[in-house]
Design a protein around this ligand. Structure first.
Ligand code: AMP
Length: 317
């Protein structure tokens, strides 16, 4: 057995990811792409795949290009849980960014095959120790949680679309996860609280021990329910080409590193936040998943070290 096969046959460090697999049409000040590979589960699975075995659960239509399936498989991602609906059309998101690159303007959301999707997990997926419920209908996130038998750590993400449309179900999801990833606007929207530290406390009260608030170019803050927090800078990029998927690649990098190490100490969670920031910073340097396609572990580790230098300061003598 080659090392890679050995890793894939092991279930102790596998992360299961459910969420949207999409075709995205995106406009940014740097240009446009039409029906490019996207989706929350796609970005997070590819980011996590640098660290650990990944199982993907999602759905696409017959229009989903074969080359995208081949790319996911080439990353070692287990795609037996990715259903293809004959005659169906893939989830399509259309969005734009202008001025404030931290906030996407949604122009259209076509759920298509996601409308009737039921996430039926292959039998061996159910014992995955780690799950990341990427952005998707909270009802589907709950259906996945219901099938998991041996969870060590569960995390979720969401967005304004679901906070508005399925708030009660989202609150049920939050009750059942250890880590919640949200951006600053979402955490304010969910809690009705403008002060972020207070908003994070309100999310802790709903369930998650760790609330990781993503603040785009201003980095991320991990709030822990023992009242400590960790502030991570974002990497100072001069050219952001396409912010789509930054949050998802952040979460995928975080979850992948936690699954790889199996260490839930706060020191290790902090490292995971920096790996998340590292993956997100690469992702925004090109449209769709183009930068992640060219990324190597060496690139990742070099930038991780740069992150350490950015926040280093001398102690008082
Ligand atoms: P992010 O930029 O990390 O917040 O996520 C961007 C991805 O989310 C895009 O690739 C979209 O395909 C996907 N997306 C947008 N709207 C939704 C939605 N309502 N449900 C699930 N995924 C979505």
């Amino acid at each position: 057995m080659r090392l890679r096969d050995l890793e894939l046959s092991s279930t102790t460090n596998t992360v299961l990811i459910v969420g949207s697999v999409a075709l995205d049409s995106v406009e940014t000040p740097a240009g446009t792409v039409a029906r490019a590979l996207g989706g929350a589960a796609t970005y997070s699975s590819v980011a996590a795949s640098f660290f650990c075995p990944v199982r993907l659960v999602g759905v696409v239509g017959e229009d989903f290009p074969k080359e995208h399936i081949e790319f996911l498989a080439s990353r070692g991602i287990d795609i037996r849980g990715l259903q293809t609906v004959a005659g169906g059309r893939t989830f399509h998101w259309k969005g734009s960014y202008e001025g404030d690159m931290n906030q996407a303007n949604t122009i259209a959301t076509e759920l298509n095959v996601f409308q009737d999707f039921r996430p039926i997990l292959p039998e061996d997926y159910k014992s995955s120790p780690y799950v990341f419920l990427a952005n998707i209908d909270p009802d589907l996130q709950l259906q996945v949680l219901d099938q998991m038998t041996s969870l060590r750590l569960a995390a979720c993400d969401t967005m304004n679309f679901w906070i508005n449309g399925k708030r009660d179900k989202l609150i049920e999801v939050l009750k059942r996860v250890d880590v919640a990833f949200m951006n600053d606007a979402e955490v304010r929207q969910l809690t009705g609280e403008s002060n972020l530290a207070r908003a994070a406390l309100k999310v802790h009260d709903l369930g998650p021990r760790y609330v990781i608030v993503k603040k785009g170019e201003h980095g991320a803050v991990m709030y822990c329910n023992n009242s400590t927090c960790f502030m991570a800078a974002s990497y100072p990029l001069t050219d952001i080409i396409d912010p789509t998927g930054a949050g998802d690649s952040f979460a995928g990098g975080f979850m992948g590193y936690i699954a790889k190490t199996g260490d839930f100490s706060e020191a290790n969670l902090r490292r995971a936040v920096i790996y998340g920031s590292t993956l997100a910073s690469f992702n925004v340097q090109d449209f769709s998943l183009n930068r992640l396609k060219r990324l190597t572990m060496k690139d990742i580790n070099e930038r991780y070290e740069e992150f350490r230098r950015i926040v280093y300061f001398e102690p008082l003598r």
